[in-house]
Every structure is written in structure tokens, then in C-alpha cells.
Design a protein around this ligand. Structure first.
Ligand SMILES: Cc1ncc(COP(=O)(O)O)c(C=O)c1O
Length: 462
């Protein structure tokens, strides 16, 4: 089971059930009891009677913040329903346009650099062990000059990582539990869940499908997917993803200028997630640091995952400008460096060699080809839903198509499409209450699968 973003709960939920299952089994087979008095015969009888709640328990109390998390995390739930569907229709060819995991091979110019680095590790001269926690100097410089040329971002502002998702959690550790935070609604689930885990939130409010103490900035067609900042309560931290997962919306220069001003007015820090910047086809900013003054209020996190098929290789980076200061004047980058050095021993040296190759002229061309391929997929999906009369958003600047099905719940639409076409999508409400009534269709897929899925959509909705 390959799940987008490998949410912590993915492994927790699957391993938990396995663990409990095993535990039950061991109780049944290992717990032997002597029969009660007067039987006359002393026999060992296996008793299957011990219930789960009689299992041995430690004295460690569960982290109350973990208990606040909602059990049905989006992607495991999608996977569960997909598995149930496959059992119901064992002969169906199920196509997944659900999770945002890449499918196309990594260009050889990149894998050959990783292979070379890997073989070098077998030589006395070429072997290296732990590297710098912040990443190799050459890669940090290449990231700075490739993605932030003329923006005043330097190599030592860049922290190379094992991916944007880990960095989101590291940033939450940096901020601690006493901050307030805002997210776009809908948004990539890791922002909210890491905030819950850190203890920044109250309980989940089932009625409104929101956690207490998180500011949900509604991003819907009504406001052009950009929040009305005049109605947003100021928070310490603002997570902002552009191009956005799941809506595919990319903020304009003017909108980002407003966001930076909003952060400045309120003394907030923006965590800007640009994991899909390479997918942009218009001239909206690729980085928050294109906005004057952003270095004093923003951090940017990004990733090789969707650029070069590195979802399995694992490589990303976070930019913490030296100009960004806490209220007491202490540089945020210094604290982040401390957290990185404490919790991380640096990205894989092989992955970093791949990351460097991506930024060579040929590597950049190869990445553009990969992105171009998925862009063609996106166009096919957009054209299909448009031709069927749906209101379709996103797609232009991101590999996600955000399809509106007003009046129907996201899970119902998801279920209907799965049942009738054997295609897996993602229900929009899983990204926050603002996603209700939408489904996200991912353009990450082999071309034949995308074409076949679109053909099935046409048959079903015609
Ligand atoms: C918006 C966004 N940020 C971050 C990530 C995680 O990226 P990484 O694979 O680098 O951890 C994803 C992955 O889907 C994403 O959609």
C-alpha cells in the first residue's frame, strides 16, 4: 500500500491492528491455566477467555494530543475503501488517481548520479559517513542559485532535508505548543495534524469538522481560493501552500503581497509550502521570497518529490532566512538549526547526489520533462470533466484537478465514482470542511491509466 505523504497514522493504524491481533493470538496460545479444585486430574488447558482489555498495560499515559487526532485519516480511509472495493470486484481493474504519488521513472541522468555516488561509497577514498546535518554545501548553493537567484537567499539559509513533510513537523517542534496557527481550508493534512500533535489545538469539534484553536482560512470558488484576510483572525503561524494541494490554486503576486503585509501587521510567521512550484504555468511567484519584505516574515519548505519522482528517494529543503527573528530578536534559523542537529543526521548522501544532478542543466531539463508529462495528464483530466459539464478548478498550476459536485458529499461522490468506474479519487472533505462537495483527481498516473480512467468517467457521466 503506497500512501501519499505517509501520514504518521498510516503506520500507527495499520500496525496497531496488527499488534492487537498478534496480542490476542499470543494470549490464546500462551496463557495456560490449571483447572480448578476437585477435578482430580491435573491438565493444562488453553483458555481463550482473556479479553483485549485484560492485556498487560504499561503505566505510561497516552499523549492526550494524540488522542485528539481523528481516527479516519484521509489516505488510510481511502485505501481501506479501495481494498474493500477490490474484494467486492476481484476482476475489476482499479485505477488510482487518488493519492498524490508519482508514477513515472526517475530520469537516468539523475539515477546515474546516485548510482555513481553509491559506488563511490565502496571505495576507501570515496567513502563518507555522517554529513552536515544541514546538507552538503554544494547542494545548498545549487538550491539557492537555482530556485532563489536574485532573491537574497544564500546557501546557509537552506536546510536540506529528507522531505517537506518531515520539515513541517520539525517546524512545529520549533514553534512549540504555545503558538496559534492558521491554515488554508482545504489544505494538505500534515499542517493540522502536526499542530494537533504538538498540542497547539483544542479538541476536534465534530459539528463543524474543525479543531478548536486553529484558524481555518476558507478557500473556495466564492473567494477565488484566496482567503478574505479581513475576516481572518491573526495567528502566530500561517501555513500557506501555493500552488495548493488539493485545490491546485496558485496565489498571484498581489495576493502574496497582501499575505506578507498581513503577517507583518500581526507579527506572524508564514510557513510557505512550494512543493508544486515547478508545476506552475503562469507567471505567479514560485517562491514567497519574490515578495519584498517576505524574508522578515516567512519560511519556505519545498521538495524534490513531485519534481523528479523522489517520493521514495526522499529529499527536500527548507529556507529559513537570517532576517527572520523571534519577538526577542533571536534568529529563527539558529533555533531551527539546533532542532535539525538534534533530530536529524542529514539527508542521505546518495539522495543529495541525485538532488545535485537534478539542478545541472540536463537535470533541470529532465525534471521539466517529468513535470510536462504530468501536466499533459492534468489537461486530459481537466478536459474530460469540463466536457462532462462539471465545474473544474486547479490543474493549471498543479497536478491536481479539483472537481465540484455541488449538493453531494465528497465521500458519496468518491464512492459513486469508485463503484461505477473502478477509479479511485480523493474526497475533498478529507482536506478540511472547505473541501466538502469536491473531489481531487490526481494527475500522477501512467498515461494509459489516465486515458482509461477518463474514458470510464465519460461513459458513466454521459
Ligand atoms: C503540499 C505538500 N507539501 C509537502 C508534501 C510532502 O512532500 P515530501 O514528499 O517532500 O515529504 C506533499 C506531498 O504530497 C504536499 O502535497
Amino acid at each position: 500500500m503506497s500512501l501519499e505523504n505517509h501520514h504518521p497514522l498510516t503506520s500507527i493504524s495499520s500496525s496497531t491492528s496488527g499488534f492487537l491481533g498478534q496480542n490476542k493470538l499470543s494470549i490464546r496460545t500462551q496463557n495456560l491455566s490449571i483447572p480448578a479444585k476437585n477435578s482430580g486430574i491435573s491438565r493444562c488447558i488453553a483458555t481463550p477467555t482473556l479479553e483485549k482489555n485484560e492485556a498487560y498495560k504499561t503505566k505510561v499515559s497516552r499523549n492526550a494530543n494524540m488522542a485528539k487526532l481523528q481516527a479516519g485519516y484521509l489516505f488510510p480511509e481511502v485505501a481501506r475503501r479501495t481494498e474493500a472495493h477490490k474484494l467486492k470486484y476481484p476482476n475489476a481493474k482499479v485505477i488510482s488517481l487518488g493519492i498524490g504519488d508519482t508514477t513515472e521513472p526517475i530520469p537516468e541522468i539523475i539515477t546515474s548520479a546516485m548510482a555513481k555516488r553509491s559506488y563511490t561509497l565502496s571505495t576507501i577514498k570515496g567513502y563518507t559517513g555522517y554529513g552536515a546535518e544541514q546538507g552538503e554545501k554544494q547542494l545548498r548553493s545549487a538550491i539557492a542559485s537555482t530556485f532563489y537567484a536574485n532573491l537574497g537567499i544564500e546557501a546557509n539559509d537552506i536546510f536540506v532535508s529528507d522531505g517537506a513533510k518531515s520539515d513541517i513537523s520539525r517546524l512545529q517542534v520549533l514553534f512549540g505548543s504555545n503558538v496559534t496557527m492558521a491554515v488554508q481550508d482545504p489544505s494538505y493534512p500534515a499542517y493540522v495534524d502536526s499542530s494537533v500533535i504538538m498540542g497547539q489545538t483544542g479538541q476536534f469539534q465534530t459539528r463543524v469538522e474543525k479543531y478548536e484553536n486553529i484558524e481555518y482560512m476558507k478557500c473556495t470558488p466564492e473567494n477565488g481560493f484566496f482567503p478574505d484576510l479581513s475576516t481572518v483572525s491573526p495567528t502566530n503561524i500561517i501555513f500557506f501552500c501555493s500552488p495548493n494541494n488539493p485545490t491546485g490554486f496558485a496565489a498571484s503576486r498581489e495576493q502574496l503581497t497582501k499575505l506578507v503585509q498581513f503577517a507583518k501587521d500581526n507579527g506572524s510567521i508564514i510557513v510557505y509550502d512550494s512543493a508544486y512550484a515547478l508545476y506552475m504555468s503562469d507567471d505567479n511567484p514560485r517562491s514567497i521570497f519574490e515578495i519584498p519584505g517576505a524574508k522578515e516574515v516567512a519560511i519556505e519548505t519545498s521538495s524534490y518529490s513531485k519534481y523528479a519522482g523522489f517520493t521514495g528517494v526522499r529529499l527536500g529543503w527548507t529556507v529559513v532566512p537570517k532576517e527572520l527573528l523571534f519577538s526577542d530578536g533571536f534568529p529563527v534559523a539558529k533555533d531551527f538549526n539546533r532542532i535539525v542537529c538534534t533530530s536529524f543526521n542529514g539527508a542521505s548522501n546518495i539522495a543529495q547526489a541525485g538532488g545535485l544532478a537534478c539542478l545541472s542543466p540536463d537535470g533541470l531539463k529532465a525534471m521539466q520533462e517529468v513535470v510536462g508529462f504530468y501536466r499533459e495528464n492534468t489537461n486530459i483530466i481537466m478536459e474530460t470533466f469540463n466536457s462532462l459539464g462539471f465545474k473544474v478548478y486547479g490543474g493549471k498550476n498543479a497536478p491536481y484537478v479539483w472537481v465540484h459536485s455541488p449538493g453531494q458529499s465528497s465521500w458519496d461522490v468518491f464512492g459513486e465514482i469508485l463503484e461505477k468506474t473502478h477509479v479511485v479519487t480523493t474526497p475533498g472533505s478529507g482536506f478540511g470542511p472547505g473541501g466538502e462537495g469536491f473531489i481531487r483527481v490526481s494527475a500522477f498516473g501512467h498515461r494509459n491509466d489516465v486515458l482509461e480512467a477518463c474514458e470510464r468517467f465519460k461513459q458513466f457521466y454521459k
